[in-house]
Design a protein around this ligand. Structure first.
Ligand SMILES: [Zn+2]
Length: 225
């Protein structure tokens, strides 16, 4: 590996790091000087190319996050402020789906927003005023995966909802408590929020019962998850 000072085809100077055989390095240098653009000119060219393309709104979905990803590409420059006003962010395209998880390249910078499936229609309606070309990347496989993931999540939700949540005794509800009951029968105290609070044996039994129920509840939830 070595560094070389070169003059790109755009006339700007820069330094490149090259590897490999001398002949390969020489070829590479020749290419940079003949056809290569400096990073700034390369970016500017890309931007100009993008601006030539029609404004496009692409729809992707992320079944695992149960979201829809909308992003604008093409000539976004002229309508940047409107896009922003519609709640889109400028940033790396969110990873999505199986391929997203496996991607090694950094995602491109785009104007994007993620919405729930239920909000897709209104988001599309809002985008209409910009008259973008529409591209739908959602495949049949995506839809099936989306539904499968949703069904599983719903099932889990239903199971969790079916488990009775223990009722917190009033003495400790909403308070910080070290879960310790002090004293003997007929003379018991607890310290919710650090305040000494005498309790009857019956109240102590209720609180202990609640602690057991809470442990069981947590365990049941953990099993579902
Ligand atoms: Zn340049």
């Amino acid at each position: 590996m070595a560094k070389y000072d070169i003059t790109y085809s755009c006339g700007h100077k820069g330094t490149v790091e090259l590897f490999g055989k001398t002949s390969e390095r020489e070829n590479k240098i020749a290419w940079y000087e003949r056809d290569g653009l400096c990073p700034e000119c390369y970016k500017a060219t890309k931007r100009a190319e993008e601006a030539e393309k029609p404004l496009t709104l692409t729809i992707d979905c992320d079944p695992y996050q149960q979201t829809i990803i909308l992003h604008f590409s093409g000539n976004t420059m002229s309508v940047k402020d409107q896009i922003k006003a519609l709640g889109y962010y400028w940033g790396e395209m969110p990873m999505h789906g199986m391929f997203g998880l496996l991607a090694t390249k950094r995602p491109p910078l785009v104007w994007y927003k993620t919405v729930a499936l239920d909000d897709l229609e209104s988001a599309m309606k809002q985008a209409e005023e910009l008259q973008p070309k529409l591209v739908n990347h959602i495949t049949d496989v995506d839809i099936i995966t989306f539904q499968t993931v949703k069904a599983k999540a719903d099932e889990k939700q239903a199971k969790i909802a079916a488990i009775k949540k223990p009722v917190v005794p009033s003495q400790i509800a909403g308070k910080k408590w070290n879960q310790t009951i002090y004293g003997k029968s007929g003379n018991k105290t607890i310290y919710p929020d650090g305040i000494k609070t005498p309790i009857t044996d019956e109240e102590a039994a209720d609180i202990e019962k609640y602690l057991d129920e809470k442990t069981a509840y947590k365990k049941a939830i953990a099993e579902i998850n």
